[in-house]
Design a protein around this ligand. Structure first.
Ligand code: FMN
Length: 458
């Protein structure tokens, strides 16, 4: 059963916990103690539900992953144009493999019978059944171009994220270009539950792209919220809000033809009733999970414009499928408040998670988060799971932004590097430590740190 051991967790030195069942602590047939302890502690101390229920989810989730793992061992891949080529096994990476057969690892098929022939109640029940099978993730890494790539997703998962989206992938380029696929999409066996997001404006192209990845994710997601100029030019994202019949056909195409469910991420309309009609249309078209970013297409400044949680609440009340809330999640208090106020089934965080990937573990600026330590952990993941340097550079800037504000000359030195190296980056973190602007993340033990935040329990 060694395939159950997520080796990404093995660098953690977390004490075992008396509440953890021996089977999971012991290794052997179970998980290594560090893995089990960390996740179990997190579930016990930070979560929304009684610990017994959560433990059930935890065990169930890891067992569910078994279905996917065999798939990975059949795949081989090469990664090109990455910063380093560490020795890897076929299990370590997955880029969509153009030659691999679709992998029938979903006992719960959405494609037979066609989704739209089911009654609304049956579709909703099926959507919930799938969501429950995934353990009803509550705190989720939002999709972020160049930023929610594999090493960052794993880092966030280590610190409490229960699911993650990939960055938006361009469905046409993804279908056509092998290099794009291998550079922009990697995953590994620990990277679940996973939502793979595409932008699209052609149903057939979207389906072709989705078919390449459906075996390796838990949802194929459609980006209906990108408000950037590039999305206007490319006719995708939030600019499809002017073309609702096209959106409907995109969702229907996937719902009718994929073996995994379809999710959508939307922005709201200025008018609430328009938003509700839109959300209902998506549900009817076969969307099984809806993430609502509570800002309109024109409200691009997420730092200064508050997301409208009332609108998210109205969408949640109008729909039967699981609904996720997005916007204004900066720390765990926001998670609790947002879920209370919106009634949403989970939340996504983006910007704040970039600055603090340990956000979902309850570490915050007043707690014991040390960005330098997180950067080192992230860099090690990048050595193991190579990604383009632009992504690494972006994360280093975001995570160390505060330290750079205090010591701008260190940032200037970083900016001067036209070619980065891991050696340079590790050295830079050491330099910041010497300057006294970083602090160890675990000043006590993990359990102390987590229980220290018990008053933040949801
Ligand atoms: C760097 C960055 C990249 C993003 N890329 C995507 C994307 O690929 N797809 C998407 O649907 N939203 C994308 N977003 C939007 C976020 O997913 C999220 O909806 C938005 O930032 C609001 O959440 P927040 O208030 O937690 O930041 C991106 C946001 C950021 C900051």
């Amino acid at each position: 059963m060694s395939w159950l051991v997520p080796d990404i967790f093995q660098t953690l030195t977390v004490p075992s916990h008396p509440l953890l069942p021996p089977k999971l602590v012991a290794g052997g047939d179970g998980l290594p103690s560090a893995t089990a302890s960390r996740r179990h502690l997190h579930l016990l101390l930070m979560r929304f539900k009684p610990s017994a229920t959560n433990f059930h989810h935890f065990a169930k989730h890891d067992l569910n992953n078994h279905h996917h793992l065999t798939a990975f061992s059949t795949l081989t891949q090469t990664l090109t144009s990455h910063p380093t080529q560490s020795p890897t096994t076929a299990d370590d990476h997955l880029c969509s493999d153009t030659t691999s057969e679709p992998l029938p690892n979903h006992e719960f098929s959405f494609s037979e019978p066609p989704d739209l022939q089911l009654t609304r109640e049956a579709r909703i029940e099926r959507a919930w059944s799938h969501w429950k099978k995934l353990g009803e993730p509550k705190v989720i890494v939002a999709p972020m171009v160049d930023n929610s790539e594999l090493p960052f997703r794993i880092l966030c998962r280590r610190y409490g994220a229960e699911a993650a989206y990939t960055p938006m992938l361009h469905s046409r380029i993804f279908s056509e270009n092998e290099k794009y696929r291998s550079q922009e999409f990697t995953t590994c066996k620990e990277d679940r539950p996973l939502l793979i997001q595409f932008c699209a404006n052609d149903p057939e192209t979207l389906l072709q792209a989705a078919r390449r990845v459906e075996s390796h994710c838990d949802y194929v997601d459609i980006n209906l919220g990108c408000p950037q100029r590039i999305a206007r030019r490319g006719n995708y994202g939030a600019f499809l809000m002017d073309k609702l019949p096209l959106i409907k056909s995109l969702v229907e195409k996937l719902a009718l033809n994929l073996a995994v469910p379809v999710s959508c991420k939307i922005r709201i309309f200025p008018d609430l009733q328009d938003t509700l009609n839109y959300a209902k249309m998506l549900e009817e078209a076969g969307c099984s999970l809806l993430a609502v970013h509570g800002r309109t297409r024109d409200e691009k400044d997420g730092k200064n414009i508050r997301a409208n949680w009332d609108a998210i609440r109205a969408v949640k009340n109008a729909l039967g499928i699981p609904v996720l809330a997005n916007g204004n999640i900066r720390h765990m208090d926001d998670v609790r408040n947002c879920m209370e106020q919106t009634g949403a089934d989970g939340i996504l965080s983006a910007e704040s998670l970039l600055e603090n990937p340990a956000l979902f573990a309850g570490f915050d600026d007043h707690g014991k988060v040390d960005r330098g330590e997180l950067v080192v952990e992230y860099l090690k993941l990048c050595e193991k799971y190579p990604v383009p340097w632009r992504m690494i550079r972006s994360h280093v800037h975001k995570m160390l932004g505060e330290s750079f504000r205090i010591h701008p000359h260190v940032r200037e030195d970083l900016n001067k590097q036209s070619r980065l190296s891991f050696e340079f980056l590790y050295g830079m973190v050491d330099r910041l430590r010497d300057l006294g602007v970083t602090r160890l993340i675990y000043e006590g033990t993990c359990s102390e740190s987590v229980s220290g935040n018990k008053d933040r329990e949801l």
